[in-house]
Design a protein around this ligand. Structure first.
Ligand code: URA
Length: 236
């Protein structure tokens, strides 16, 4: 990999920032100053340092975040309104600068969000073709009748080309339930309940495939996925 790309990927700075660092002689490969931004290095075996601080190269990062309300599921660069708060800003131990949320939660939705830079894994989890279950806890403005739940479970017309795929609902009390869906359309859960005249007043994602929200994480807190969690997700 080129030296400037390597430094950019680790969030050291923009292409032009890192080129300046390199030309000033502040970057070393295996202890030797390198002033060529296009110098080639091996991520596995070469040691790179900036101002004599050695960097550690990480190809992929995986974090579980308990998303709080008020945060947009995007990275700063993707925000249309730069004054908004984005979920990536909550990950302050990140090494990579190319992290993104694997799947969006609405600004007012809480709960499980996987933050990664692994595009292939993200695609597998989100593509409706792969039928990965996503479980949400839902609170509603009005009573959810058995009939409402049954109608939604069969699939409903939410105004898209196709009705929603069959799903499951577990009623918890009159105004709350868990719903398991395999798609991830825009505002999908809210729109499904709207077809029955019900407004979602609170929404929290609890599960995505094998990944379960760690209830020890307070809103806004995150942790790295364990080896087992990652293995299971990859084997879905
Ligand atoms: N469905 C919604 O309506 N909103 C979300 O944030 C996630 C699923």
């Amino acid at each position: 990999m080129r030296l400037d790309k390597y430094l950019c990927e680790l969030g050291i700075g923009s292409r032009s920032d890192v080129k300046k660092l390199i030309s000033k002689g502040r970057v070393k490969i295996n202890g030797n100053i390198v002033k060529d931004a296009g110098a080639k290095l091996s991520e596995e075996s070469d040691k790179v340092s900036v101002d004599d601080r050695e960097l550690s190269y990480v190809r992929f990062e995986y974090y579980m975040l308990n998303k709080p309300k008020g945060y947009v599921s995007a990275s700063k660069a993707d925000l249309r309104n730069k004054d908004e708060k984005c979920v990536i800003d909550l990950i302050d131990t990140k090494i990579r600068k190319d992290l993104f949320p694997a799947g969006r939660l609405d600004k007012d939705t809480e709960g499980l969000l996987l933050i990664t830079n692994d595009g292939a894994l993200s695609h597998r989890l989100l593509s409706p073709k792969h039928h990965v279950d996503k479980t949400y806890y839902v609170e509603l403005s009005d009573k959810l009748s058995e009939q409402n739940a049954e109608t939604i479970m069969k699939g409903v017309d939410i105004g898209d080309e196709k009705p929603t795929m069959p799903c499951t609902i577990e009623r918890l009390d009159d105004n709350s339930c868990n719903i398991v869906i395999q798609e991830g359309r825009y505002h999908q859960v809210k729109r499904m309940f709207e077809t029955q005249g019900l407004t979602v007043t609170y929404l929290k994602r609890l599960k995505m495939g094998s990944l379960v929200l760690d209830e020890r994480l307070k809103l806004g807190e995150y942790r790295r996925l364990s080896e087992e969690e990652l293995e299971e997700l990859k084997n879905l």
